[in-house]
Design a binder for this molecule. Structure first.
Ligand SMILES: [Fe+2]
Ligand SMILES: [Fe+2]
Length: 455
């Protein structure tokens, strides 16, 4: 049976690697199991079923994906419900902290003369001329001005508009000011950790491909494809996620047409689908839109419409942005990262050079885009999809074209590079990308390899 196959050695290796380590004999069924399947076992001399006879184990967590679930019409009621949903979800996370307990309504806390804990949405924040910080905190029961003294160790805390914070403190005298002594964030639990598993599957990330741009890194992309063809099967790289800006789009910034190679949006997506067909067939892909894509700009973004995706192979799963994906027991949160512009503009300490530093602030707040009314348009859906309800194992973003990896309380936090070199527009804005890098994460051990295709 083995010798009648066109590639007997390759088949033998596949059969051997499919056996469990305590197999005593190789049976006819073992071999037939490796030959069976809908697809031919060998394409271009390479097996195309997942290694170890393992089936793909990948699932979109549908309640985190707005695709097909959008209800918002932008009414005042929609907005009120959206912020209510944000407040109650994040309040629940703060109250889950062992060091917090149950919050007191703001109106009641402001009537008492003792230490209290409250949870509010930050509707405003200001620095007084003496250097104190004044927050306006709001909940269902009322609103208060809360002060962080310039002498408090908390004065350096990053606080952004529209985030939800828990605070401990006490009202000052019988006046209308609440003095903050402690701050509690929803945060990732302190003891959260990456627990190794026995899978040896890998997931890779290709962010901000920007097909259609004149600065698309064609030769580096091809080098990456060659590497996948030669190695992906053997190293069990079975999944690839594309976190948005998959094409350059049209009319995204002034004079973009001068920087385009492909000025037809449909042709941009067709070209991308051709590029992805080059990726070995055993790899399952997930593709979500970013701000350059042909999806509604307001977040959460639904998946790309079929008019753009009909040329893609069935091994590409289209999702919204953001979304959680479950792969072989791991929870992967993938978010294009548009809100990083607002984080970086709004918070002095955060910079484009350190995207994972921005992502850490999102994890601390369990919110991807708290700031309302800036560059990141937020659609007031019936719930706030930008909240991290669950703790991800991997949190990946793109958008700022950086390449970085950092671990925060067990969460692998990755900015997944780009396949576009510096554009004139970026040069004008002094924006230096870090292109041609494909982060690969081992889903078992959690090891991250930032595979560089620029050398
Ligand atoms: Fe981008
Ligand atoms: Fe982007």
């Amino acid at each position: 049976m083995i010798l009648s196959n066109s590639e007997p050695m390759a088949l033998t290796n596949t059969v051997l690697s499919a056996l469990s380590s305590n197999s005593m004999f190789v049976t006819k069924e073992d071999i037939m199991g490796c030959i069976a399947g809908d697809a031919p076992l060998f394409g271009c001399g390479k097996p195309i079923t997942p290694r170890n006879k393992k089936h793909h184990d990948i699932q979109v967590v549908t309640e985190t994906d707005v695709t097909g679930q959008s209800t918002c019409e932008g009414t005042i009621e929609d907005l009120a419900r959206f912020f209510q949903s944000r407040y109650s979800s994040l309040k629940r996370l703060i109250e889950r902290r062992r060091d917090f307990g149950i919050a007191m309504p703001i109106a009641r806390a402001m009537s008492l003369d003792r230490e209290t804990k409250i949870i509010g949405i930050v509707s405003d924040r200001a620095i007084t001329k003496n250097g104190h910080m004044i927050l306006t905190l709001e909940d269902d029961s009322g609103i208060c001005k809360a002060l962080i003294s310039k002498d408090s160790p908390l004065i350096g805390e990053i606080i952004v508009n529209d985030e939800v914070v828990g605070v401990a403190g006490k009202r000052a005298g019988n006046g209308g000011l609440y003095i903050i002594s402690e701050i509690f964030r929803p945060d990732i639990p302190f003891n959260n950790a990456w627990v190794p598993s026995d899978t040896s599957s890998k997931v890779a990330f290709l962010s901000d491909v920007h097909v259609g741009s004149r600065t698309f890194l064609d030769s580096n992309w091809k080098r990456m494809i060659r590497w996948l063809k030669d190695n992906a099967y053997d190293c069990e790289l079975n999944y690839i996620i594309l976190p948005g800006d998959v094409v350059d789009g049209i009319g995204i910034f002034p004079d973009q047409d001068k920087e385009l190679d492909i000025s037809d949006i449909y042709v941009q997506y067709e070209t991308l689908s051709e590029y992805l067909k080059e990726i070995p067939d055993h790899i399952k892909m997930v593709l979500q839109p970013g701000n350059h894509d042909a999806a509604r700009p307001a977040e959460p973004q639904p998946a790309l419409s079929e008019v753009f995706t009909k040329t893609f192979d069935s091994n590409v799963i289209m999702t919204g942005n953001p979304v959680n994906i479950r792969i072989e027991g791991r929870n992967i949160l993938t978010y294009h990262g548009r809100s990083m512009d607002d984080w970086i503009t709004g918070v002095q300490k955060l910079t484009y050079d350190d995207p994972t530093g921005v992502m850490k602030e999102m994890l601390v707040r369990r919110h991807l885009a708290p700031i309302y009314g800036q560059k990141t348009a937020l659609a007031p859906e019936k719930k706030d999809y930008l909240i991290m309800e669950t703790v991800p194992d991997i949190f990946v973003s793109g958008h700022v074209h950086g390449a970085g990896v950092m671990e925060y309380r067990g969460v692998k936090t990755i900015n997944a590079s780009t396949w576009q070199s510096q554009t004139d527009y970026q040069k004008m804005h002094n924006f230096n990308p870090d292109p041609g890098i494909m982060p690969i994460v081992d889903l078992g051990s959690g090891r991250v390899n930032m595979k560089n295709f620029m050398m």
